[in-house]
Design a protein around this ligand. Sequence first.
Ligand SMILES: *Cc1c(COP(=O)(O)O)cnc(C)c1O
Length: 348
Amino acid sequence: MDWIDIRSDTVTVPTPEMRKAMAEAEVGDDVFGEDPTINRLQELAAGMLGKEVGLFVTSGTMGNLLAVLTHCARGDETILGSQCHTYMYEAGGIASLGGVTPFVVPNQPDGTLSLKDVQDAIRPLDDHFPRTRLVLMENTHNRCGGVPLGVQYTRSLADLAHNNGLGLHLDGARIFNAAAAYEINVADLTGPVDSVTFCLSKGLCAPVGSVLCGSSDFIREARRIRKQLGGGMRQAGVIAAAGIIALEKMSGRLAEDHIRAKRLADGLAAAGGMVLDPGSPHTNMVFANLEEHVQVGAMQIVEMFKQRGILAHETGLRRFRFVIHYWVDDLAVNKIIQAWQDIYQEIK
Ligand SMILES: *Cc1c(COP(=O)(O)O)cnc(C)c1O
């Protein structure tokens, strides 16, 4: 069966062009810095994001961990959002592996941290306190609805961080989706931050990998810590080759996913039974809750979608997140809407 999989954009598989590039990739020992394909990917990524140097890493989680461990020493503190991926979904790595204390401030519904909350979270010099070193932001913000955060906000947060001697790291797992949403260059969103991680393996369709970008001094240290964590890979040009195509061919097409996400949202809303989050979708993710009168829970509805060839994912007892990506075309969107119409007829 050809499943329509809208659980996440992490499910994207490489395109035929990526497979071909992977098979033909020139490789070398990247721990020696001698893999030409990885070097090309890193230069391309840094260039697009307006940073000096890029570092190919195994995952977004590793990129964020390396960033925090490079900005902070053991016993230091980083300010981050209550809903952010690094706090929620990275297995506590910054604390357990880095000895870095998270100072959690609430994410606003629009994915931002209030500048006042951040200002108030900065510790004064005092022997009692950990040292604040870093602020961490996420763009697009996954748990806040895949919402993009703008240039102005990014600059304000960077100014606040820098005026207090702090670094600003951006978890930009889907930063290209944010750039597509604002129709701007990704460098406009990454320019103000000191370091940024983005994922090649989500909407950009590469099978594996993320890139951490920053200044050459910063990346030199991050590279050392990558080795320490066992992330020094050898002939990984075979996977980096797909990353190059991800940047060259896929980063410019994400607006298509956003248009399809909107069409899916409109279709679901028209069918009834689901209430979209206000403003959803902001990018490639549709968030919706079941209407109150619906008697059947989200898990059961996921099963009903599955019987119709659709893999969906519930994010709460009555809540869904549907994610559009390269492998979900217009026909697939029609099928999802049709499936929901049928399911809703059956259960209402
Ligand atoms: C996916 C994701 C990451 C990194 O996840 P990996 O699975 O480790 O690549 C980081 N931040 C956000 C917001 C994400 O969605």
